[in-house]
Write a protein that binds this ligand. Structure first.
Ligand code: HEC
Length: 153
């Protein structure tokens, strides 16, 4: 009961945590408004969107060229040759002339562009070509593609 005649809340200080929260909210609102008001900070949703799109398009544009990026490069071809001897020669022979797997120096069923070769090697093909994507990774496969290309010329 409050029968002293003095309003009871007058005896209580505001809790520190509540005060901190109150001040914090004001600071947050001011910072937020300044940061995200185009007229003040120059912030723009569309600018951010366009920058992200540019990054994405660049990545997409460079992806298809990847498979052929080592073609004609002697070092990479030598590495590809070594990898081919380890992982592929059992079926395709060291010079890719064919055994269990087909001759890779002639016209190919699944396509001969660097992209198609990379696809054949990383995903495998139905009649007995195992997938090597997990085991070798894109970069090593690109070197193998360069090696196969070097045999085809
Ligand atoms: C277990 C045996 C085996 C191994 C190991 C193997 N291949 Fe094959 N490969 C095959 C067979 C069989 C085919 C034919 C698949 C088909 O016709 O569907 C084939 C098909 C391919 C093709 C597609 C040929 C075409 O006609 O389009 C390419 C390219 C190829 N192999 C590359 C490689 C490379 C590079 C490696 C090593 C990383 C490798 N292969 C390892 C058996 C093998």
């Amino acid at each position: 009961m409050n029968d002293s005649g003095i309003p009871q809340e007058g005896h209580n200080k505001i809790p520190v945590g509540w005060m901190a929260f109150f001040v914090g909210m004001i600071i947050f609102v001011v910072v937020y408004v300044v940061r995200f008001t185009p007229a003040i900070s120059g912030w723009s949703f569309y600018q951010g969107y366009e920058e992200e799109m540019k990054v994405g398009q660049k990545a997409a544009a460079s992806a298809p060229a990847d498979a052929g990026k080592y073609i004609g490069k002697a070092d990479a071809i030598a590495e590809g040759k070594a990898e081919f001897a380890t992982s592929c020669a059992a079926c395709h022979m060291a010079d890719a002339s064919g055994g269990i797997g087909p001759n890779l120096k002639v016209a190919l069923k699944y396509g001969e562009t660097p992209d198609k070769l990379l696809e054949s090697i990383s995903a495998g093909r139905p009649n007995g070509m195992p997938p090597f994507g997990q085991q070798l990774g894109k970069d090593k496969i690109a070197k193998i593609v360069a090696f196969i290309e070097s045999l085809r010329k």
